[in-house]
Design a protein around this ligand. Structure first.
Ligand SMILES: Nc1ncnc2c1ncn2[C@@H]1O[C@H](COP(=O)(O)OP(=O)(O)OP(=O)(O)O)[C@@H](O)[C@H]1O
Ligand SMILES: Nc1nc2c(ncn2[C@@H]2O[C@H](COP(=O)(O)O)[C@@H](O)[C@H]2O)c(=O)[nH]1
Length: 194
């Protein structure tokens, strides 16, 4: 008898520059876990591609998707659509999603049984500025972002996620990677034993 693997969504959340996207790339490259592409009205950064990094939308086209959740962040709209999640799950049972914390809270309400929440943090938020500079973000954008209420809020695990979030400290990539490996391997084992 064939066994179906339950669909799982690894939600990667935390403040800007903590390393969420880096971790989603690690999951893709090492475990084949693809990221659900989300939608935004933010203009693309250098090297970002439509359909790969985001679905880049206009104000008008953003409104045409069917969102599980959508937020404003540092002056732009962001949203994760039902269409994109279903498309990703259609291809494979384990997928990831990179969102700010309000988005993660929404998923905890909508599909609590299907998510694993990874909250990414750093011990000293002062490292975030040089990290965003190294990423090539425009200085004005970095200043606006790090000063935003959302960015400051996302430095702490929200109360609604405290009981379920797996906190990953990303001061150093080598130790963050170890933590991620343990979590993913445990999820794979658990899924295989069901
Ligand atoms: N442990 C680390 N040490 C040093 N630099 C890191 C580390 N992890 C990630 N970075 C770098 O920090 C920058 C920001 O990382 P990343 O884009 O993954 O952050 P993010 O949380 O997705 O940010 P945002 O929410 O703004 O999109 C990148 O240049 C990345 O290479
Ligand atoms: N709640 C949601 N947050 C999202 C979504 N897509 C991305 N994000 C988060 O927004 C900020 C800013 O992203 P950036 O690419 O401009 O740096 C960051 O925290 C992302 O994780 C979404 O669909 N919903």
């Amino acid at each position: 008898m064939s066994r179906t693997v339950a669909n799982k969504l690894f939600i990667i959340t935390g403040a800007s520059g903590t390393g969420k996207t880096t971790i989603s790339h690690y999951l893709r490259d090492n475990y084949g876990i693809q990221r659900v592409i989300t939608h935004t009205t933010r203009p693309p950064r250098t090297n970002e591609l439509d359909g790969r990094d985001y679905y880049f939308e206009t104000e008008a086209s953003f409104k045409q998707n069917h969102y599980i959740e959508a937020v404003s962040y540092s002056g732009y709209h962001y949203g994760s659509s039902r269409e994109a999640l279903q498309k990703a799950w259609h291809k494979q049972p384990f997928v990831s999603l990179v969102v700010e914390t309000k988005g993660a809270e929404a998923y905890a309400q909508v599909m609590p049984q299907q998510i694993v929440v990874l909250f990414i943090t750093v011990s000293n938020p002062e490292v975030l500025l040089p990290r965003l500079e190294a990423r090539g973000d425009q200085p004005a954008e970095i200043e606006k972002r790090l000063a935003s209420a959302e960015s400051k809020r996302d430095l702490q695990v929200p109360a609604a996620l405290k009981s379920i979030a797996k906190v990953i400290n990303n001061d150093h990539w080598a130790t963050a990677k170890q933590q991620i490996d343990e979590i993913i391997k445990a999820e794979i084992r658990q899924n295989c034993s069901q």
